[in-house]
Write a protein that binds this ligand. Structure first.
Ligand SMILES: Cc1cc2nc3c(=O)[nH]c(=O)nc-3n(C[C@H](O)[C@H](O)[C@H](O)COP(=O)(O)OP(=O)(O)OC[C@H]3O[C@@H](n4cnc5c(N)ncnc54)[C@H](O)[C@@H]3O)c2cc1C
Length: 383
């Protein structure tokens, strides 16, 4: 009997498969397409604490993410790399320089004040080295450190690590439904060859934007939580900056947007727009493309911003009050199917925090799993 059956081969599913196998359990992950097919190949690719989450008071999320950033820089140096971030402050920027400086100071404190948390202001005499950043009305430029990755490669590496520990990773296998069975679930899976049944003790729903669709097919599952899908679009541009990532304020609505180097080109993102269709059909809208290009032209007027690729991903944000941009980005874990739970559903979260989220999932499920000797510690396993 499978100990942990995981639905979804994004970063969270891969993370749970790795954590379950490392803890000594028999883990099977099913992904209906290929690993990283969903949001986990369409993110901004940052491994970061999230400077802007300080403004909305999500200090716990920032601290945990900075801790995870440190771990990933250590265990995955080929995949997760430190990057310089630049924040230009203009006459018209909504946050004054003192506020940004205070935010960076607090960010450094939450990150543990190590070398990687240093920040500084770039002297005016060196502004001409900043990738053609417009200097009209520029008052100050701050530089700090965060990290970036290739989200698809990271997801594949975590899944590979899970497989090395004994987990079974099954692509092109769709979870269809689950019903309670003696000490667990009887699960229906669909493959190219038709439907098959498996028995498992516990289920982890890591289906990203499809999470409620999957939950709706599990008999005895708790009621669905209201959620919004929020589309974020990125454009890959002919040219991009080379020195680092520029964190600018959108001229239209003052949201933060990033312009970054990407595989010899540039990338800009992201937008934030409620999405109500089929998650499979998410695609950049012309309004989003125009919004991003206007900002590139404004801040980097000399850049060749021919669009060579574009993609959209969907964030899962729990329904609540307040504007989308300020809603919590923490992973919300919803236990179900008994006490202690045999089912855990993962809502939202961040690429950066996948390892910590996976640990929390395993902690919830441990009481119904057999005693096993751990095989490894995911904080020490090289990726
Ligand atoms: C625009 C955008 C930018 C972001 N930028 C960042 C960032 O810079 N840094 C950061 O830390 N976080 C970022 N995030 C958040 C992060 O990308 C997501 O939290 C994370 O990728 C979600 O991973 P997941 O595994 O939960 O979902 P997904 O990656 O969507 O994976 C779910 C998987 O489940 C599969 N699936 C669905 N139904 C079934 C079924 N019935 N059977 C089998 N498989 C199924 C899907 O095919 C899919 O592959 C960003 C998010 C967005 C939208």
């Amino acid at each position: 009997m499978i100990d942990v059956l995981i639905i979804g081969g994004g970063i969270h599913g891969a993370g749970v498969a790795q954590a379950a196998a490392a803890a000594g359990f028999e883990a099977v992950l099913v992904e209906r397409k290929t690993l990283g097919h969903g949001t986990s190949s369409r993110s901004s690719k940052l491994i970061h604490g999230g400077l802007r989450y300080l403004e909305s008071g999500h200090f716990g999320l920032v601290r945990e993410s900075l801790h995870e950033r440190r771990t990933l820089l250590r265990i995955a140096p080929d995949l997760v790399k430190p990057v310089r971030f630049y924040i230009p402050i203009y006459d018209k920027t909504s946050r004054p320089a003192w506020q940004v400086r205070a935010g960076l100071g607090f960010y450094a404190v939450l990150g543990g004040l190590g070398k990687e948390n240093r920040f500084r202001s770039i002297p005016r005499s060196r502004w001409d080295e900043l990738d053609g950043l417009d200097i009209q009305g520029l008052r100050k430029v701050f530089q700090y450190w965060d990290a970036a990755t290739d989200d698809l490669l990271l997801t594949q590496a975590v899944a590979r690590s899970a497989a090395d520990l004994g987990a079974v990773i099954r692509e092109q296998v769709e979870f269809v439904s689950a019903a309670p069975a003696k000490s667990g679930f009887r699960v229906r899976l669909r493959t190219e060859d038709g439907e098959q049944e498996e028995l498992c003790r516990t289920l982890v729903n890591a289906a990203g934007p499809w999470v409620n669709r999957v939950l709706g097919t599990v008999a005895s599952a708790p009621p669905l939580i209201g959620m919004d899908l929020v589309q974020g679009t990125h454009l890959v541009l002919e040219e991009g900056p080379t020195r680092g990532i520029y964190y600018t304020e959108a001229i239209q609505d003052r949201r933060g947007i990033f312009l970054m180097p990407w595989k010899g080109h540039g990338m800009v993102g992201t937008t934030e727009k409620v999405f109500t269709g089929d998650p499979e059909m998410t695609a950049p809208g012309q309004d989003e493309i125009d919004y991003l290009l206007e900002n590139v032209a404004h801040y980097f007027p000399k850049l060749n911003s021919r669009v060579i690729d574009s993609f959209s991903g969907l964030r899962v944000l729990l329904r609540g009050q307040g504007d989308l941009f300020r809603r919590p980005r923490e992973m919300v874990l919803r236990p179900g199917a008994g006490t202690p739970p045999r089912l855990v559903t993962m809502y939202g979260g961040k690429l950066t925090g996948y390892r910590a989220s996976a640990q929390k999932v395993m902690k919830l499920l441990r009481p119904v799993l057999p005693q096993q000797a751990p095989r490894a510690d995911t904080a020490e396993l090289p990726l």
